[in-house]
Design a protein around this ligand. Sequence first.
Ligand code: ADP
Ligand code: ZN
Length: 431
Amino acid sequence: MTDLTLVERMPRAELERLQVARLRRQVARAAERVPLYHERLRGAGVTAGDIQSLGDLRHLPFTVKSDFRDTYPFGLLAVPMEEIVRIHASSGTTGKPTVVAYTRGDMDTWSEVMARTLMLGGVGRSDVLHNAYGYGLFTGGLGFHDGGERVGAAVIPISGGFTDRQLMALRDFGSTVLCCTPSYGLYLAEALEEAGIAPKDLRLRVGFFGAEPWTEGMRDALEARLNIVALNIYGLSEIIGPGVSCECPEKQGMHVAEDHFLPEVLDPQTFEPVPPGVTGELVFTTLTKEAMPLLRYRTRDLTTLVTEPCRCGRTLTRIGRITGRTDDMLIVRGVNVYPSQIEHALLQVPDLEPHYLLVLTRETALDTLEVRVEARSSVAEAGKEALAALGAVAKRKIYEVVGVTVEVTVVPPRSIERSVGKAQRVLDLRK
Ligand code: ADP
Ligand code: ZN
């Protein structure tokens, strides 16, 4: 295998030349082959030839989620079906699934970026990779699968669910790498504890957690309970699936596979770039996609750009934690609140477990948010008053951290439903 990671250390000027050349080709491809882009680029008065530097990105039109719906299922394809070798769809967290397709070349890019992702955690031939991301239309399962094979790891395609089998594989097959959503990782940790299997009975050393928002508090819990290094990985089907970006062991933001996917972080109102460190909407332009080139796709995910050089020596830019999606935002008494902010506050209260649900109701004209969260068993055993007292502490903490007053109900361990894939954190009963 050629050194896939060479590009990760390219001097920035060289990387930018590569990006500009690829961007020009990608725009030409989109304009020639995708009617939507043909129209939009003409409307914007831009041609591929106008692209001289990365600064020219700003002249390109945006793509939004509804463009997928309006052209459902295959209107954004730049190639005939004969050239497609794989079809996936987004999990449809926020509506009708988004269909995406891959050529043989796209599959190669995908396994390359996933191999690079796994190599960030030092994964290679001697590893056993427990892949509990869901297999199927969701890109998580097969994305990790192909990357795992490409680095030569022994991949266990266990998918999600069937807890006993998960524990059996984790222990008996000597899994060293765990891949799943953070909420499912926590569920597995809990199941291991209940089965009396201690982390030292396992060979796990690193985990790749993503597909849903999570916090540093959640990282601490996963690392302590599984005795692993927990890395944050971010991707989305529209761009390719997992493999778009991932943390290195420095854990100071996720390196973007910028030679394939060009990131921007923009002010969601003005669409101007925000300075590094300031939160905005993440926007991606694909640079090498064959089946579905996407120009300035608005992910609706909120994050920051981290541009200072990373201690690991990679020159690829980084993005901070995804703090939420613009469509996840709750408005509680006029204050904008993201579920991950509530998680952040809850995990600062020692006697709470990281299992929670946000319940939205509407009694009069006002929306009310109730936070249900689990207590440690010791508190639950101490009785109702202990739970109520803990609820009061959590309520104060949320007010301190997020600035809103919410109802907090502390419930006994195991009362909140566990998820296999993406956790459902919000229950909306307002209708
Ligand atoms: P969807 O969930 O929109 O149906 P996907 O299955 O493609 O579609 O999931 C992509 C989305 O998952 C991202 O846009 C983002 O909102 C979320 N996501 C993925 N990885 C992370 C992560 N590490 N942190 C927070 N959110 C993530
Ligand atoms: Zn790094």
